[in-house]
Write a protein that binds this ligand. Structure first.
Ligand SMILES: C[S@@+](CC[C@H](N)C(=O)[O-])C[C@H]1O[C@@H](n2cnc3c(N)ncnc32)[C@H](O)[C@@H]1O
Length: 378
């Protein structure tokens, strides 16, 4: 039997659970089970570090502490008090509690966070006469409370900031795709890196960057400055460095890759190049300013055209959205025979405008926006 098989749960965007579960299996997670909005698994502290550095589709990795029925504020206080918090922090640690509450008697996440914080601080005051302080920006220990149907789970958040923040996108861009979602979409579409990957409406370049990091086995966490577990009392710096070095050594050095990002807006190109450079894949992506209307494949090549076009709801004053979808269909059909086409969109009339039937449709969410990933063989 393996020692220290902690209970863990990795969260992800709805629709990516199976991809996340396969990532966890590949990392050596035990008892991996995909659920709603994530996957449960078991593993030791080394796997907690590895999962945070390597998972492409996860938002956070939660380290389970306790669960109990919670139907009132008294029950919540009692539940939080039943955990011996001195195992996880000292009064010198800063903390923050993040709550996620639904379909339960307690309905306010700020209230539940406050109640748990009170229980923790009261326990320390009672035992040692001092209490940890709250830091909402940069806590050393981040606690996660999940309440659903009056069932509460308290976990430590081993990730801290959401894992989609890889650290390669300092510049904000309008309507960017979340990095973890982009990584999941590419895996759902089943792109094979011997073929071309082309995002002809690439905005800040998220899809090409995630494609290049996937193709070179470059773990997304290698560019991140900080993970939640680094603030824990039992953080093993030497183990973390050893694991990170092993993961860094797995990056495949390949001289070239057929990954293209283009957009009609020239100002996005600077952001794309900076972001790709920061992600370590700048030399592998061909970014160009080009109107979709004019794109043509190099003769004899095939691959996937991967688009996240405007939805007409997220960008202000988006006009002519229907025209964009008609254009996508006509260019793809006329010039990209033998290619695959993937369209990730929240535009509900997309298929009507394209007049095309997808081989596969996958329902997903881009933040709160219900979206579909349509996969076509051209
Ligand atoms: C929703 S954004 C894409 C965001 C991108 N996936 C990211 O992560 O930053 C849509 C992009 O389509 C581009 N676009 C719209 N019409 C276009 C056209 N005809 N040719 C090329 N790009 C176009 C816009 O400039 C915008 O950057």
């Amino acid at each position: 039997m393996t020692i220290n098989q902690f209970k863990l749960f990795a969260t992800c965007a709805k629709g990516l659970e199976d991809i996340l579960a396969s990532e966890l299996l590949a990392l050596g997670g035990a008892d991996v089970k995909a659920g709603e909005g994530g996957a449960s698994f078991k593993g030791d502290l080394a796997l907690v570090y590895k999962a945070n550095i390597c998972l492409r589709t996860a938002v956070r990795v939660l380290f389970f502490l306790a669960e109990a029925p919670v139907d009132s504020d008294e029950a919540l206080y009692e539940f939080a008090s039943s955990i011996d918090w001195s195992n996880y922090m000292t009064p010198d640690h800063t903390l923050m509690v993040d709550s996620n509450v639904r379909d339960s008697n307690l309905t306010h996440s700020q209230f539940t966070s406050q109640k748990i914080k009170d229980a923790i601080c009261d326990q320390f005051v009672e035992k040692v006469g001092r209490r940890p302080s709250v830091d909402k920006e940069n806590p050393l220990v981040k606690i996660n409370f999940h309440l659903s149907n009056n069932h509460g789970v308290i976990s430590l958040d081993s990730s801290g900031d959401s894992l989609h923040k890889r650290g390669y996108r300092p510049k904000q861009w309008k309507a960017p795709l979340n990095e973890a979602l982009a990584a999941g979409l590419i895996q759902l579409a089943g792109w094979n890196s011997s073929q071309t990957f082309w995002d002809p409406m690439c905005g800040s370049g998220t899809l090409p960057i995630e494609a290049a990091t996937l193709a070179t086995a470059r773990a997304p966490g290698l560019t991140r400055k900080k993970f939640g577990f680094q603030g824990w009392v039992d953080f093993e710096q030497s183990l973390f460095i050893e694991i990170r070095n092993q993961i860094r050594n797995q990056v495949e050095i390949i001289p070239e890759l057929n990954v293209i990002g283009s957009d009609l807006r020239g100002d996005s190109l600077r952001a794309c190049k900076d972001n790709a450079g920061a992600a370590g894949v700048g030399h592998l992506i061909d970014f160009r300013k080009e109107d979709f209307e004019n794109i043509k494949p190099i003769l004899g090549t095939t691959g996937i055209l991967f688009l996240n076009p405007p939805y007409g709801i997220r960008l202000d004053q988006e006009e002519g959205v229907a025209d964009v979808y008609r254009l996508i269909a006509s260019v793809a059909k006329a010039r990209f025979s033998g290619w695959k086409l993937a369209v990730m969109t929240g535009y509900v009339h997309a298929l009507n405008e394209m007049k095309m039937t997808p081989q596969k449709t996958i329902r997903l969410f881009n933040g709160a926006i219900p979206c579909k990933l349509y996969l076509f063989d051209l």
